[in-house]
Ligand binder design. Sequence first.
Ligand code: ME8
Length: 517
Amino acid sequence: MGKRFYITTAIDYLNGQPHLGHAYEKVVADVIARARRSLGEDVFFLTGLDEHGQKVQQAAAAEGKPVQKYCDDLAADWKEFTKRLNFSIDDFVRTTEPRHKSFVQAILTKLQASGHFYKAQYEGYYSPIEETLLTEKERLTDGTFDPKWGEVIKLKEDNWWFKLKDEQQWLIKHIEDNPDFVYPDYRRNEVLGFLRSQHLEDLCTTRPISRLNWGIPVPFAPEFVTYVWFDALVNYISVPAALGDPVVNKVLGKSTDGPELWPADVHLIGKDILKFHAVFWPIMLKAMGLPLPKKIVAHGWWQKDDQKLSKSTGNIVDPIAVINEWGVDAFRFYVVRELEIGPDGNWTDAGFAARYNSELANGLGNLVNRSLSMLRRYRDGKLPATSQELAPDATKAITETVARLREYRLKAALETIWALVDRGNQYVDRTAPFKLAKDPAQAQRLDEVLYNLVEVCRVLAALLAPFLPETAQKIYTQLGLTTPPESLSTLAWGGLKPGHQIGEIAPLFPRKDNPPA
Ligand code: ME8
């Protein structure tokens, strides 16, 4: 078996329940993963949880639970969440797992032996809420710090530092030479702008256990723990190592023949953690002797009603509540249809209901329902002879959807698919099969119209499968097909054969005229 298409997401902090932003990122990753599988690639999709650090420790304390117990209880909810959202994940990593911790320690040991760390005293400012050491650069012109850092305290302590200072030039060159390394383009320019205009400071990679103990013990300095950089980021290689990836294990002197995952094909992350992924992570990998990921894809952030999502102000979208009310595919559809990967988005309940009614209920749902109902009514549910009338529209939709998917333009892909939905609905209106049915002389024309409509539904199901897997399968079942929707790699017009009998018909997206306020 060769190299697999390896896609990862950020691993989420385990200090609450999953919110819209977490759900969005994983939906996008799942669409990409499913699309690549459908295009014939052997995909490995990894997501998981970032369980160390002060925020998690504090959240556990607030609930009066031992930290590990707090993590175990909450992690069960997050795993359940991946099922509710129908994520096709291949593994789920938790940074408190032994397989992850032992790998992190092995990497720290290796990098210490090759001289990448040094111990030094830090004297300066620290933001407890962001768990970040602050430098003079973070100071505003009036000498204060931005309110986002919360209360800033003075700190003097020893720590272990990872050398970054001399790594800037090769990284600039790498990003210049590999225009696809960061997507979208404007995020790539942001990274290059940062690297060209600032000198990298060495990275503080530890905390003394006297101040934070919820991290991974540093093997060569047991009075320290590591977290964040040498913990969270390393999940992208600790899981491959545990599964026997030969490339990753070779750096630890081990020979294994498990799945070939590294380098990752896509790290999907939010814009706020781009610097960590596009600057620190490549430097860490180079120090380890590992190839860099092929692509870092940075998405934008969601707000609700033009305000920041915030638990404290109650301005949240609970993905599970939305799914309970509208169905999982309605949620998946809205977040991808609303927002291309890159810009920020704004959730409104009215916007959600409007898209549901116009695009899912009146658009797709209506097309499938009336096409199959007419076939049942006029031809006892049996497919007539093959016809090519909508074949050019379907072929164009297939080609364009595949191209958009490869370009990571998921919203544009959905727009292409909906052009075919609209074409199908217009075709019903123009050909008026209900009138044709009344005229026996038009029987052959009615056969043609019905074949085209029902075959369009089949093509749509296959195109939609990465986005709306449950709906795609339902369409296939209603079509009387017992297989999963056809792969994008083979999808072509004419899959339904004359004489084929369709199955039971049921509405896909019941119209909701009075959505809850
Ligand atoms: O950053 N809209 O965890 P996290 C869209 N553990 N995306 C959002 C969002 C929003 N409103 N809020 C958060 C972490 N995200 C680290 C990552 S990776 C090795 C370590 C995204 O729970 C955010 O951009 O704060 C990030 O990609 C992911 O959710 C997890 O955020």
